[in-house]
Design a protein around this ligand. Structure first.
Ligand code: NDP
Ligand code: 2IT
Length: 445
């Protein structure tokens, strides 16, 4: 395989799908060497088969708002690869959603799910629906209308969606209710469910907790820990919340959170009641972080900027794709940040990653760092299949163990001759090998 030649052809087939092409290139560059050392992969055209989704369902979602106005959004499910288990991956509701973004997320999900050690294939879906400012009843009607199409291709043994940006417990509840009615079955068809009807303890916290567990393993390789460290976090959604909570618990000080309007710098640390206040803001459908600075005078609101300009030891980007570019990376390194763990999916641009790798910063990609979310979804599926619930400690322990194991896989395939762990390479190779070998086992299908 020649990556440049391959990418030229893929760009020709899928012009303008920037995020998808970016995600594919990163994986191909990491695996090129091992791919070419194993001619059986090329003979079976593993890469050509992996980069195209098995299928994409695209549908319109008509719904009626509280004033009786009709709206039409686009809905999607990209079923990418199910060689190691049922299709699995989140649903994103955000106005920016398009096919390129969902294909990048679905592609990443294949390798992430492979890394978790659990039997899950890769998928992603969502809609360009904007939940911001919508009433509860509007969210419900939209979720019901969305499920009216989606239910035809999902099922507990075929495709199990979950949350992502704009989709949390409330939306999963509305979608689950509609699925149950349409399919006449009560099964684990979605994860992230409420605790009273099949959900798993720790699933809401899992992505953020898992990210911090992973970063803890990274820090151990330099004989250090979160204790006493200053942490910059972006976003203030589900992942940022879990990461901030666990980082505080391990003795770190979280000094930033961000929204699309700018970031909050709070040198006194964001913990306890301040995190609760953020949860309130989120629950009221607020997308802005500015009010935090009115509530807590120690905090400063920096309009229109990203948090990567503050002095920190550890950075955890937890908002969205391409939110940390080359200049941000240079700033972080210059200010002494030595560990960057991606809670979000693909938050660092290729230019930023280059800076981190060249400066030998501890840097790990989303598909390894944030895999705790989907891993705990896998644990939810296991509990549903057994019709049992595990106690909190058991789920947390399993999550912790899975994150350690993913770190081990990255180190196995990513450590260079000087002992530096290239987690990008390690995660991509480890994730890829399991999927590619399973594809060889199952023949050309
Ligand atoms: P949420 O919807 O809970 O939160 C995302 C928040 O980030 C929103 O408030 C959003 O605001 C904000 N945001 C969006 N773009 C930006 C930006 N450019 N700068 C700052 N803030 C921004 O989503 P999650 O926390 O679930 O997801 C965050 C990231 O983590 C995504 O990349 C997701 O794919 C990834 N992830 C999530 C998992 C999960 O289990 N939930 C699992 C693994 C990964 P707004 O809507 O106004 O743009
Ligand atoms: O990006 C992700 O891994 C998620 N949004 C979670 C997917 C899942 O199925 O739990």
């Amino acid at each position: 395989m020649d990556v440049e030649k391959f990418m030229l052809e893929l760009e020709r087939k899928h012009p303008g799908e920037m995020e998808y092409l970016q995600a594919v290139r990163e994986v191909l560059e990491s695996i090129e060497e091992i791919y070419n050392e194993n001619p059986q992969f090329d003979s079976a055209k593993i890469i050509e088969r992996l980069v195209e989704p098995d299928r994409i369902l695209m549908f319109k979602v008509p719904w009626v708002d509280d004033n009786g106005q009709v709206h039409v959004n686009l809905g999607y499910r990209v079923q990418f690869n199910n060689v190691i288990g049922p299709y699995k991956g989140g649903l994103r509701f955000h106005p920016s959603v398009n096919l390129s973004i969902l294909k990048f997320l679905g592609f990443e999900q294949i390798f992430k799910n492979s890394l978790t050690t659990l039997p899950m294939g890769g998928a992603k879906g969502g809609s360009d629906f904007d939940p911001k400012g919508k009433s509860n009843a509007e969210i419900m009607r939209f979720c019901q209308a969305f499920m009216l199409e989606l239910w035809k291709i999902i099922g507990p043994e075929t495709d199990v969606p979950a949350g992502d940006i704009g989709v949390g417990g409330r939306e999963i509840g509305f979608m689950y209710g509609m699925y149950k009615k349409l399919a006449s079955e009560n099964t684990g068809v979605l994860t992230g469910k409420g605790l009273n009807w099949g959900g798993s303890l720790i699933r809401p916290e899992a992505t953020g907790f898992g990210a911090v567990y992973f970063a803890e393993e990274m820090l151990k390789t330099r004989n250090t820990s979160f204790q006493g460290k200053t942490v910059a976090i972006s976003g203030f959604g589900n992942v940022a919340w879990g990461a901030a909570t666990k980082a505080n618990e391990l003795g770190a000080k979280v000094v930033t959170i961000s929204g699309p309007d700018g970031y909050i710098y709070d040198p006194d640390g964001i913990s306890g009641e301040k995190i609760n206040y953020l949860l309130e803001l989120r629950a009221s459908n607020q997308d802005i972080v500015k009010p935090y600075s009115y509530e807590f005078p120690s905090a400063q609101f920096v309009q229109g900027k990203r948090p990567w300009e503050v002095k920190c030891d550890i950075a955890l980007p937890c908002a969205t794709q391409n939110e940390l570019d080359k200049d941000d990376a240079l700033n972080l390194v210059k200010n002494g940040c030595f560990c960057v763990a991606e809670g979000a999916n693909m938050p660092s641009t290729p230019g930023a990653i280059e800076v981190f790798l060249e400066s030998k910063t501890l840097f790990a990609p989303g598909k390894a760092v944030n895999a705790g979310g989907v891993a705990t979804s896998g644990l939810e599926m296991a509990q549903n299949a057994m019709k049992m619930n595990w106690p909190m400690e058991e789920v947390d322990q399993r999550l912790h163990q899975i994150m350690k194991s993913i770190h081990g896989s990255c180190a196995k395939y990513g450590t260079d001759s000087e002992g530096y762990i290239n987690y990008v390479k390690g995660a991509n190779i480890a994730g890829f090998l399991k999927v590619a070998n399973a594809m060889l086992d199952q023949g050309v299908i």
